[in-house]
Design a protein around this ligand. Structure first.
Ligand SMILES: Cc1cc2nc3c(=O)[nH]c(=O)nc-3n(C[C@H](O)[C@H](O)[C@H](O)COP(=O)(O)OP(=O)(O)OC[C@H]3O[C@@H](n4cnc5c(N)ncnc54)[C@H](O)[C@@H]3O)c2cc1C
Length: 488
């Protein structure tokens, strides 16, 4: 029986573990964090997974509650492989689809179905991904399901499946070094000083988003100041250890997923918050208003696309602004449409009855310039197009150098609110090159015998952005693949 060691215990590691055991291997997961913090970024997610499907019928085998009567009033539409591929391509800044992206699209549905076959079940994301239209729940944007009980539920269900199959997990046990003999990986050294032998090692220990120095080195000098939305433990250990074995770097190291976050959140994510509150420091309803930087200027087209196609880039856009902050500004017309995160008990905002009074409250902002920007914005909003947040409504601005393309409404009805935000890094895009068995490739293009990688560590999957929900699917697709590869 092959012995496989996996570094990490997030979604990618658990998918790798389940797949390796299915192939007959004995598997031990070594996790750097303690038991409460195991599960990495996976636990901080909403558990949303993006995959291609032909119709609502494809979703039924994945659901925890396929008999829910609400389903008969729900339109899931379809999300074809072509559409998923086109969505990824839209973030590639002119690059063709990479091999990794093609694999992600092609294997996405089969992999989620495989998870469901291991009793990992999902729920429709009614609250964030559907709107009510003529008595029906209409999904938009191709993202329809999230794990029951979000990321924690995904982790719990996957860990239960892994343990049911006989998998073992050790906590407080970081992999600190890969051991090799004549170019073949033979095991690992751990933080407790143990040497563990293995026929194959799978690195599933995340990207380098929690390392200030690696962020500064690869993404930019200001990035030490970014908030980290998830675990403090993903400090690039896997990349460093693999490079020491001659692994090639691959993918866009300067790229990362980063979203607008409450300026006053803690430096790392909050697993101590109850489920449902963990993502409440995020602030991604900018498409319903405008964002101003310290110069009092808008700096992105807030309505260029549905927010799940823009939120992963706008964190970096904020980091690029002077002092790395912005204010999101809304009027009373949209308060009811703002996500719950804007009503979170620890959401920071200022409120005033008039726009000039609000501007006076915007700390750190050039007030005259802000007033001019908002006046010009209000004057440029098209009044001849109805506002409709369920579609790209074309209600844009006219004549501004930086347009707002959709959902542009005047800031005119008091009270007015402004939320201070900064950039929070979710995960990094640069990683290792793997072949189609998940084996890590060396600089000469040959696989490093006995070394595999998956999850955030796989480069080439995302470049200038990502359609929401693709990260977990990528972890599952490449995790399953590496588990099969390592066990074979
Ligand atoms: C706040 C937040 C929300 C998100 N929401 C979504 C979402 O809804 N949908 C989606 O698709 N994606 C989402 N993502 C992205 C998603 O979390 C990641 O793409 C995915 O979870 C990464 O899985 P992974 O298994 O590669 O890494 P992780 O889940 O981060 O697991 C890596 C593990 O490795 C451990 N580790 C690190 N170094 C070592 C070492 N040396 N030895 C042993 N163990 C080590 C870490 O402690 C961690 O447990 C979100 C991310 C965050 C932070």
């Amino acid at each position: 029986m092959k012995r496989v060691i996996i570094a990490g215990s997030g979604n990618a590691a658990l998918c790798a573990g389940i797949a390796a055991i299915e192939q007959g291997a004995s598997v031990v997961l070594l996790e750097k964090a303690d038991e409460a913090m195991a599960g990495g970024n996976t636990k901080y997610t909403a558990g949303a997974m993006r995959f291609a499907y032909s119709s609502g019928d494809d979703l039924m085998p994945l659901l925890k509650d396929p008999d829910d009567p609400k389903l008969s009033l729900t339109d899931f539409g379809s999300y074809t492989q072509e559409k998923f591929a086109a969505d990824l391509l839209g973030f590639n800044a002119g690059r063709p689809l990479s091999e990794e992206q093609k694999a992600l699209v092609k294997d996405s549905y089969e992999t989620v179905k495989w998870l469901a076959s291991h009793e990992v079940k999902f729920q429709p994301i009614y609250a964030r991904q559907s709107f009510e239209k003529e008595g029906r729940h209409v999904f938009w944007g191709g993202l329809t399901l999230a794990s029951d009980n979000e990321g924690v539920g995904l982790f719990d269900q996957e860990l239960a499946a892994f343990k049911r199959l006989g998998g073992e997990i050790r906590y407080d046990c970081a992999v600190t070094q890969l051991l090799s003999k004549e170019g073949v990986i033979t095991g690992v050294q751990t933080s407790s000083g143990e040497t563990l032998r293995a026929d194959a090692v799978i690195l599933a220990c995340g990207g380098f988003e929690a390392s200030e120095s690696l962020r500064q080195k690869h993404i930019g000098p200001n990035w030490d100041k970014a908030k980290v939305r998830g675990t403090p433990h993903n400090t690039g250990d896997g990349l460093v250890m693999a490079r020491a074995q001659g692994a090639a770097e691959y993918g866009l190291y300067a790229g990362c997923h980063a979203t607008p976050m409450d300026l006053y959140m803690k430096n790392f994510g909050n697993l101590d918050l109850p489920p449902g509150e963990r993502k409440k420091y995020r602030k991604i309803c900018y498409f319903l208003g405008v964002m101003l930087n310290a110069r009092g200027e808008r700096f992105v087209d807030e309505g260029i696309n549905f927010r799940n196609y823009t939120y992963a880039q706008f964190g970096a856009a904020i980091m690029d602004q002077p002092e790395h902050f912005a204010w999101q500004i809304f009027d009373a017309k949209v308060f009811d449409l703002l996500y719950d995160e804007y009503r979170f008990h620890d959401a920071h905002f200022v409120q005033a009855d008039t726009l000039p009074e609000l501007i006076a409250l915007l700390d750190g902002v050039d007030k005259d310039a802000a007033a001019q920007t908002l006046e010009a914005y209000n004057a440029a909003v098209r009044s001849d197009v109805p506002f409709d947040p369920t579609v790209l409504d074309g209600k844009g601005t006219q004549g501004l150098t930086l347009a707002k393309s959709n959902w542009a409404q005047t800031l005119s009805r008091g009270p007015f609110r402004a939320y201070p935000v900064t950039g929070g890094i979710t995960f990094t895009y640069g990683g290792l090159k793997v072949d189609d068995t998940g084996a890590v490739l060396a600089k000469n293009g040959a696989p490093i015998a006995g070394l595999f990688a998956c999850g955030e560590l796989v480069g080439g999957v995302f470049f200038n952005g990502y359609p929401g929900g693709s990260g977990l699917t990528s972890g599952a697709v490449f995790g399953r693949r590496s588990g099969m590869g390592a066990a074979s």
